[in-house]
Write a protein that binds this ligand. Structure first.
Ligand SMILES: Nc1ncnc2c1ncn2[C@@H]1O[C@H](COP(=O)(O)OP(=O)(O)OP(=O)(O)O)[C@@H](O)[C@H]1O
Length: 633
């Protein structure tokens, strides 16, 4: 017994190794994203997608198709074999004249049935095991492709999208495709084999009874097929509704602080109930169709068995001339088994058609997500940048957001940021201060002109390697789900724990972290709920100290903090700014007193003043107005 277990485990292990090996080879040849990007037709159907994946994973595809064919034939042949067994039993134990022998003893037929059952068990297991994992493999491949594409997309893509809707496509649609990739090929191959096989077997057993049964089945199938189309359409409506609900719920959960601060919990409760109304109503229609379909199927399936029995009695049981009552007992067991196998494909079709409709809709939504391409080419094959040397030059830059191409945010601008110096941008809200940092981070490319780094156009540089020299602190520091070590190391994964601790000491964070029970292993919430604004800011600064970048971009890095914390953080920042090219965006003008150069921006106009703090404050102008307005607050 124990030995058997070990052998089975070994077989399972070998199977897993074969499948994993195939996956590694396929991924080396072409990544899932490259493969999906190569799909030309945006209206690609689910079948085309399945066939692409079957070609990619030939070993699995072959195993599944082989197992489906063999298991289906095994299932169908059982009906025929039971018929033969019954004939031989009648010959052995009944009237030998009336019941001719099949040529094999009845117990041989039993042994053959047991053998076929064993083949059926093995191939069914193989089909389910390999098919199941294939479904998951396809789901994971597609989800990774979508995810890779999403993180590569221009940041502007997200400005008008509901994250929840994108998440539904990313999680639910890929899961639906995976599930259907497992079920559909199995059903599509086995349905005709089982249906035709069962029909032929029934004809062999008794052609008269078979004709009646097949006629009734045709009526049965017509009834079912009438409801197919409307079921597929309603399923699509329901999916759309749930995508909308997911989008809405994710949006509100993300804004839970606003809900709590506004005391609008009751309002949200009513709203949630309301947005579910249309989802509920859409389900009502679908449910009506599905309930009708189920009733037809169940009634027809049992009705068919009753019909077979009644017809068999009428044909052979009435004792009329030329009839044989004992024949009823001979054919009925295998005939009823045959009717059941005949009903199975119809039963399966009821799930298959809506499933395929759902998977086709999911395939189109997912491919649409993959078809969106970034216009910010990261130039991954360009040489990596070891060091940033020299000045950063903005040459004849003009910028309008691609989302609003007619609104020019920065008219023609020329700027030089000398290496190691400290620059600041100030100006009214909406004047384009953050836009400068977005251009330097290459969230966007300039509409006209170019940004020169190491005397080369930023557009042509290897983007990740350029960004590895840039430190960015924004107003709302981003903390990821994970512990302190992970959060500080993010983007600098090769750093040691000791280096993280040293960076945290410099950022004045170490004592605080050590006061937590789990120290550096403390898990910080998904949105960093456990930390105050100042603490989060310090963590981001520790991240930057660890990175030790050559360019610092501080976008209102301290404006969310109170004056005391701001001063402390400012002190930390000034320490790391030494010798680095720094571009700060500031609301509080006191934080930029030491800047080598200050640029004052006006909405739609661009730079209207520039100079050192003491010079700008001494003469009338926009800067002086801003400074005085700040002091009156
Ligand atoms: N993704 C976008 N699509 C279209 N317009 C945008 C986008 N992002 C910003 N803008 C617009 O560009 C202008 C400049 O925005 P920016 O964020 O650079 O201003 P800012 O000076 O940093 O403002 P604040 O001080 O309020 O942060 C604003 O009018 C803003 O509405």
């Amino acid at each position: 017994m124990r030995k058997d277990n070990i052998d089975i485990n070994q077989i399972e292990k070998n199977l897993d190794q074969q499948l994993e090996g195939e996956q590694v080879t396929a991924h080396k040849k072409q990544s899932p994203l490259e493969m999906m990007k190569n799909i030309k037709n945006p209206k690609i159907g689910f079948f085309t997608l399945v066939s692409i994946y079957y070609k990619r994973y030939l070993l699995r595809a072959f195993t599944i198709v082989f197992a489906i064919i063999v298991s289906s034939f095994a299932l169908v042949s059982i009906t025929f074999l039971i018929g033969q067994l019954m004939k031989e039993v009648a010959h052995a134990f009944g009237d030998q004249q009336l019941n001719p022998s099949t040529g094999l003893e009845w117990y041989y037929w039993l042994i053959i049935i047991a053998g076929v059952l064993l083949i059926s068990v093995i191939t069914t297991y193989l089909r389910e095991r390999v098919g199941g994992m294939f479904g998951r493999q396809i789901e994971i491949d597609i989800r990774n492709a979508v995810l890779n594409n999403l993180v590569n997309l221009n940041i502007g893509y997200y400005s008008d999208k509901k994250i929840g809707e994108t998440m539904t496509k990313l999680i639910n649609d890929t899961q639906i495709i995976g599930d259907e990739c497992q079920l559909t090929p199995t059903n599509l191959i086995s349905i005709p084999i089982i249906f035709i096989g069962s029909a032929v077997t029934l004809v062999i057993i008794d052609w008269q009874l078979a004709l009646i049964t097949l006629g009734a089945t045709a009526v049965f199938m017509t009834l079912v097929s009438v409801t197919f189309r409307s079921q597929a359409l309603e399923t699509e409506v329901v999916r759309k509704k749930i995508t909308e609900v997911n989008g809405d719920v994710t949006d509100r959960i993300g804004s839970v602080a606003l809900i709590k601060a506004s005391g609008t919990e009751e309002y949200e409760k009513v709203r949630f109930e309301k947005i579910h109304d249309s989802y509920y109503n859409a389900n009502k229609k679908l449910n009506r169709i599905q309930a009708g379909m189920m009733t037809i199927i169940l009634t027809c399936a049992s009705g068919l068995t009753v019909l077979v029995v009644v017809c068999a009695i009428l044909l052979y049981g009435t004792g009329g001339e030329g009839t044989d009552a004992s024949k009823i007992m001979l054919i009925l067991p295998s005939f009823i088994a045959g009717v059941n196998t005949l009903c199975w494909p119809i039963w399966t079709l009821t799930g298959l058609i809506p499933g395929m409709a759902r998977a086709t809709a999911s395939t189109r939504r997912v491919t649409a997500l993959i078809k969106v391409s970034t216009t910010i080419e990261p130039n991954l094959s360009a040489p990596k940048i070891d060091k940033i040397t020299g000045d950063i030059v903005m040459e004849d830059i003009v910028f309008a957001y691609p989302e609003k191409p007619n609104t020019v945010i920065l008219p023609k601008t020329n700027l030089t940021f000398e290496q190691g110096k400290n620059y600041a941008f100030v100006g009214a809200t909406g004047s384009g201060k953050s836009t400068i940092s977005k251009l330097l981070l290459r969230f966007y490319d300039p509409t006209e002109g170019k940004i020169l780094i190491n005397n080369q156009d930023l557009k042509s540089l290897n983007l990740p390697s350029y960004l590895s020299h840039v430190g960015y602190v924004e107003q709302e520091p981003k903390i990821l789900y994970g512990d302190v070590l992970y959060n500080v190391k993010y983007g600098n994964f090769n750093a040691t724990d000791e280096e993280v601790i040293a960076a945290c000491k410099k950022a004045n964070l170490h004592k605080l972290v050590m006061s937590w029970k789990d120290g550096y292993n403390t898990i910080l919430g998904e949105r960093g709920f456990m930390m105050s604004g100042g603490q989060k800011q310090r963590l981001v600064i520790a991240r930057m100290i660890l990175k030790d970048p050559e360019i610092l971009i501080l976008d209102e890095a301290t404006s969310a903090l109170d004056n005391i914390v701001e001063k402390e953080i400012q002190k930390e920042l000034e320490k790391i700014m030494v010798g680095k090219t720094t571009i700060s965006i500031a609301h509080r003008l006191t934080t930029i007193k030491n800047a080598d150069q200050i640029f004052v921006l006006e909405p739609g106009v661009g730079i209207v003043q520039q100079g050192k703090f003491k010079d700008l404050i001494a003469k009338p102008g926009r800067f002086k107005d801003l400074y005085e307005a700040g002091h009156h607050d």
